[in-house]
Design a protein around this ligand. Structure first.
Ligand code: K1U
Ligand code: ZN
Length: 177
């Protein structure tokens, strides 16, 4: 298994649209295992393949307190969404340190495959519903800050670009030692 680098907003690769998985093979199982390790280490409750620069419809999620209930969603689809909506303070491993409220359907029904190609269907509410929708947005090239006002989004972009510049400077200084 391996830890994968997570793309940081505003990296343009976060806006690529992921393609459906066509082969349920060892390569897919390795991607899933590496994504799960990366999500647990971050730590996060979800991760989409887009965030690790793999543009395939693959998501890992674990919203359990015990961190032992991994869900692998390959080619996920939302087949039903409730009319009632909830606002949740979302975070994102690609937008570190930023949390803000996003309104989405409170409950969804999801169809997907696991890493072996076995079909699954389940209803989600609470954090699981939020997380599934947030990760499925990533697969469509959408980052949660796009739900915020242009003013907030631009402030976040400026902050993260500055942080990235500082991180790069630090890396150069360490390499030159
Ligand atoms: O997509 C991602 O970057 C993962 C993201 C998922 C998410 C969290 C909350 C609301 C919507 C989507 C995260 O996991 S951010 C980190 C986080 O919220 C968290 C980390 C450890 C324990 C509990 C929460
Ligand atoms: Zn995210």
């Amino acid at each position: 298994m391996a830890l994968l680098p997570i793309l940081r907003y505003p990296d343009p690769r976060l806006h690529k649209i992921a393609k459906p998985v066509t082969s349920f093979d060892d390569r897919l199982r390795k991607l899933v295992a590496d994504m799960a390790e990366t999500m647990y280490e971050a730590p996060g409750v979800g991760l989409a393949a887009t965030q690790v620069d793999a543009h395939e419809r693959v998501i890992v999620i674990d919203v359990s307190d015990t961190r032992d209930q991994l869900r692998v969603l390959v080619n996920p689809e939302i087949v039903w969404a409730s009319e009632d909506r909830q606002v949740y303070d979302e975070g994102c491993l690609s937008v570190p340190g930023i949390y803000d409220g996003v309104e989405r359907p409170a409950r969804v029904r999801v169809k997907a495959f696991d890493a072996d190609g076995k079909p699954q269907e389940f209803d989600a509410d609470g954090l699981l519903a939020v997380c599934v929708q947030h990760e499925m947005d990533h697969l469509m090239g959408k980052v949660f800050v796009e739900y915020l006002s242009p003013l907030k989004r631009n402030r976040i972009k400026t902050k993260l670009v500055k942080e990235e510049r500082e991180l790069k400077k630090d890396r150069v200084a360490v390499a030159a030692r």
